[in-house]
Structures are given as C-alpha cells and as structure tokens.
Design a protein around this ligand. Structure first.
Ligand code: ACO
Length: 431
C-alpha cells in the first residue's frame, strides 16, 4: 500500500477508502465518494473560519507560526526590513524575484507616475460627511475606481492586470491621504513625483499651504519598514476576502475594496486602533493588574488587544522589528507616554499563566499604533496605514489566484440546520 495515503473506514457502512495525501493535505472533495447510499450527497469537511483548510496553493509568503518565521518569496522578513525598501519588496512579492537595479528603477518610475487620481475622485470623496472614518472612505473610493477604469474587467489579460496593479499601489497613498485631509477639513494635496513612495504620502498628509514640508529621514525609513512588514501575510481575513471576491472574475478594484473592508474590523487591521484606545483606557501603569484581571475573567468581554494571532503561537517576528523601530522613532519625536504602559503590559502578559498557556504573544499591531501616534496620525488612520502596504499583498495574491488553473469561483458548502420543508401560512392565519 502506498504510504502517502490516508485510509478511512466508514463505520456506518464498514467500507474502506484510500485517499491520497499531497503537500500534507487531503483534497476534501475526495471525501465526497464516502456515502451511506447512492442518493447520499457524500461526506464534507466542516471547518468554520477555515481553521484547518487550505484554500489555495501559494508561492508568495511562508509563515511558521510555531517558530515565529515569516518569509516573502523565501526571504526572511528581518533581512528585508533591514536591507530592502518597500517598493523593492513590492516588486519581489508581485514578481517572485528581487529586482535588478534597472527593474527597480522602472517599477519606481511606473508607480510614481500613476499616483494622481481623476479629479472626479476628489469630488466623490468630498461627498462624505465631515466626520466619516477614513477607512470607510478608503474602501468606498477604491471600489469606485472600478468605475474610472472599465478596462480593469479584463482580468485574464496580463497587461491589463499589471496596469491595474500599478494603479492600485500608486493611488492608495493618494486616496489614503485625501481621506485624512477630508476628515481634518483641509484641502487635498497633490502627489509630488520628486519624492519617494513614503515621503510623498507623508507630504500629502502634512503639507499646509505652500510649505515645503520635509520628512525626517528616520521617520521616512521607519514608515518604509512598517510598510515592508505589512506588505503580505498569506491567507489572512482580508486576503481571503480579496481572493474570494476576485474569484467571481470581478475587477481588482472591487476585490481590493473587499480587502480594505475586511481589514477595517477590530480583530484584523483595526486592532492597532483598538490597542491605542485600550492603552489610553488603562491610563496608568498602576491600573494594569486590574485590567489583566478583567481580561482573564472575561469581564466586559475585554481582550488584550495586540496580543494573540491565529497563526503565530510564538512572538510575531514583525512585532520584534517594530519594537526596535519604535525606539528609533521616539528618538526623533520624543517618547510616546503610552509606551511605558505597553512595555509593562507586555512584560506582565508574557509571564502570566493565562497568556502563556494560550500562547498569546504581542502581534504586529501591539507597537505599530504607538509609532503612528508619535508620527502625528490620529487613531482612525491606523488601519489606513495598514491598507496602503497590504495592497501589494492583495494584488500579488489576487493575480496568483487569477492565474491558478485549479481555482474556481469560491463557493463553500454549509451544514443546513434550519426548518424542514413546510407550507406557506397566509397572513390572517398566523398567530
Ligand atoms: N486577549 C485575551 N484572551 C485572548 C486573546 C487576547 N487578545 N486572544 C485570544 N485569547 C484567548 C481566547 O479567549 C481563547 O481562550 P479560551 O481557550 O479560554 O476560550 C484562546 O485565547 C484562543 O483564542 P481564539 O479566539 O480561539 O484564537 P483565534 O485564533 O480565533 O483568534 C485573534 C486570533 C482574533 C487574533 C485573537 O487572538 C484576538 O482577538 N486578538 C486581539 C485582537 C488583535 O490583536 N488582532 C490583531 C491580529 S494581527 C492582524 O490581524 C494584523
């Protein structure tokens, strides 16, 4: 008998089935042959929230959650954060290899020259209420881009795909900055092609009137590193949304808008915002023991935000890099007073049996919010700052999905638990 198979005996029928094992997986579709009768639908897998289901094959990002390893196309995140730049990493994620100097120059030129948005996009954004959350503005405006680029529907055309991907990566900082300016009641600042990807974004955020705002090189590098760390994270909630929506062959703007929407949630990209609110709520180091007690008892359904991860069951490697970057940023901006609370909270949680037993360690969001706040961003902008670099990962994953001959429109099964068939009751007969 071949060893790379799984033998299943159905105790309902006594029949035995041999199912091939491939890449450490069985194809759950192979379970469908397991039936009790000819009209039986066949066995399915039940896996709410995909805890143990691979939805695709991917060659982009590798994570070993137990060992705390994250690699983009085989390159360790620590090396990329130390030696690379965000656009170089973007090229790597999209193309599979690090760019040559010429390839990087061409890519940077392309991205830089697609940063402008149609003037009507500005008008569209003006329609939002003065206090609209920038993340909802971002999600809606990215979706609206599909109305500006009808050619994006040609998802099977490689050239079209590449143009839309360039547009998405290039325009994301512009739309993000416009959403910030709108919420501040300030005029939009147009992109500046002389600046780097990150410096241009910061200039669109910070420039007032004709002031020639110059970004501090440490802050420019810090944000570039944060963008590298957030560029991709394999099949997380937002990427799964992009793949799922994209599997209907809709244009990539609509698919990426679904990713932005998923990222908005407090259990995903909204967590760094939630971390800051939590730290402010704690207010002082002396209040930490009481807060930890509430988290452990489940009182008020409190969680230690910025802790825990579906995949990492050890220290998130991105959190380690971010902690270092935080100190570099605070040398320029002055220390964020919440840092003291965060460090103490981390220290206590890493020793507390509740968190140790559940393998709850700081994740990428635990320190990123402190950096963003020190750089002058309001909490509402935190998930937006996550969405800008993650657009690269969404696009790389979307294109991989489009090119994968095994992929089809996503359509999970369900276990029906509702009422059996019954007859309609007329209104006057209902109790
Ligand atoms: N604080 C307190 N307890 C926690 C936390 C936390 N942050 N995270 C998990 N737990 C507990 C759960 O209550 C559960 O305890 P139980 O076994 O006694 O019921 C156990 O740890 C396992 O947690 P699950 O919810 O099953 O883990 P899951 O993988 O489903 O959730 C998640 C992962 C959503 C990230 C969770 O840890 C969480 O909510 N963390 C806080 C929010 C956060 O920081 N999100 C950012 C994630 S990183 C990112 O998206 C970029």
């Amino acid at each position: 008998m071949p060893t790379d198979t799984l033998t299943i005996t159905d105790n309902r029928t006594g029949k035995t089935y041999e199912i091939p094992i491939e890449n450490g997986c069985i194809r759950t579709h192979a379970l469908r042959q397991i039936k009790v009768s000819n009209d039986d639908f066949g066995l399915m897998g039940y896996d709410p929230a995909f805890l143990n289901t691979a939805n695709c094959k991917s060659a982009i990002t590798f994570i070993d959650g137990d060992k705390g390893i994250l690699e983009y196309r085989g390159y360790p995140i620590e090396q990329l954060a130390e030696q690379s730049s965000f656009l170089e990493v973007a090229y790597l994620l999209l193309n599979g290899e690090l760019p040559s100097p010429k390839q990087l120059e061409e890519f940077q030129f392309l991205v830089t020259h697609h940063t402008y948005v149609h003037e009507n996009v500005k008008t569209f954004m003006d329609g939002f209420r003065y206090d609209a959350h920038p993340m909802s503005m971002l999600a809606s405006t990215v979706a609206a881009l599909s109305g500006f680029y009808p050619d994006a529907k040609h998802t099977k055309d490689e050239q079209s795909r590449r143009i839309q991907i360039t547009r998405l990566i290039a325009k994301m900082p512009t739309i993000a900055a416009f959403s910030f300016r709108h919420s501040m009641g300030q005029p939009y600042i147009y992109p500046d092609n002389e600046l780097s990807y990150v410096a241009n974004f910061l200039a669109m955020i910070k420039r007032i009137g004709t002031s020639t705002y110059k970004v501090h090189p440490t802050l420019e590098r810090a944000l570039d590193v944060l963008f590298i760390l957030h560029a991709d994270h394999e099949q997380n909630c937002s990427t799964t949304s992009v793949r799922t929506v994209g599997s209907s062959e809709v244009d990539p703007y609509s698919a990426v808008a679904s990713g932005v929407a998923a990222l908005y949630g407090p259990l995903h990209g909204g967590a760094n915002e939630a971390v800051l609110r939590m730290l402010r709520g704690i207010g002082h180091v002396s209040k930490i023991p009481e807060f930890i007690k509430q988290v452990k008892s489940g009182e008020g359904e409190k969680k230690l935000m910025g802790f825990g991860h579906r995949v990492y069951k050890s220290y998130d490697p991105r959190a380690k890099v971010i902690k270092r970057v935080a100190h570099e940023v605070f040398d320029v901006t002055g220390k964020n007073p919440l840092l003291e609370i965060a460090l103490e909270l981390e220290k206590i949680a890493l020793q507390d049996e509740y968190f140790v037993k559940r393998k709850l360690y700081p994740n990428v969001d635990f320190y990123s919010g402190l950096i963003y706040e020190a750089m002058g961003f309001p909490v509402e902008m935190f998930p937006v700052l996550f969405a800008i670099p993650r657009t690269v990962g969404w696009c790389a994953q979307w294109e991989e999905m489009v090119k994968d001959p095994e992929q089809k429109i996503a359509r999970p099964r369900q276990v029906f638990t509702g009422s059996t068939r019954r007859d309609y009751v007329a209104m006057d007969k209902r109790k």
